[in-house]
Design a protein around this ligand. Sequence first.
Ligand code: AHG
Ligand code: MN
Ligand code: MN
Length: 329
Amino acid sequence: MQIGTTLTRFIIEEERQHPEATGEFTGLLTDLSIAAKIIARDVNKAGLAEVMGITGRTNVHGEEVQKLDEFANALIIRTTDHTGRLAGMASEEMDDIYPIPEKHPRGNYILVFDPVDGSSNIDVNVSIGTIFSIYRKKSSDSVTHADFLCRGREQVCAGYIIYGSSTMLVYTTGSGSHGFTLDPSLGEFLLSHEHIQIPERGQYYSANEGNYLKWDAPVRRFVDQLKEGSQPYSARYIGSLVADFHRNLLKGGIFLYPGDSKSPSGKLRLLYEAAPLAFVVEQAGGAASNGTQPIMDLPATELHQRTPLFIGSRDDVATLEQFVRGKRA
Ligand code: AHG
Ligand code: MN
Ligand code: MN
């Protein structure tokens, strides 16, 4: 009788291939999947679950905090802070790091996350997501800022949940990127996309062309040439990074959030948006760049550091970098 491979079973089987793994991983990913199921339940009845609308507060980025941002942030803390797997957390919705309180046992991992990505789409029933990234704690005693300021290459796990027509969890631990679809009747994430491989060159490009005139000339030229030729790319942009990224991951394409004259570092954050998705896409055979170097190699100097982001099919990102380096005009 075939019930499919649950997320828990897949993680355990994957961990068996890594003798050094301690099982803390299985627990941490399982904890996150529980938070994902609860967020999915409330997102799927947003209008009825009192999670629509704004809180009236703004976060460290000066952005309006949606009720669901706050709910999801608190939920992820609550489902992961007491299990003894984490030493601390950081998130888009918290100004500073969150060390695990004294009353709880502490573990060796650091969790960084964007509790709800695409918040502006919550009230209009468009797919949103959660993005997470896990590091091993480097400091020997209590957790410090330095434990969070890691390069993407140091991630031990990264992934996202997309709350769309179905709820999917996609993650990597460095042995490929794998997708699991929530079966609400079972309450289980079941393996649906093993070893995702992104097409080497895409058919879609995703960018907010409302910013076109503020982009640097090479980026404008790159996007212009996507529209030329016998088979122009199709534009697909819905304003949720996770949803735009997920489509391009499965179908091929490039997502661009460039820096511009107003914001040279762009809008998206390195630690809990760009780096985790860069890990996933590299494991799927794609690429992620800030225009000149891999996202995974960028040093993090502050928690909420922003970076320009070009991510998706390997050849499309390589072509973008040629334009930025002046090798293509
Ligand atoms: P968040 O909701 O976590 O702040 O992220 C929103 C991000 C990202 O999801 C999306 O790609 C981008 O903002 C859209 O920005 P614009 O509205 O400027 O295009
Ligand atoms: Mn986000
Ligand atoms: Mn967010």
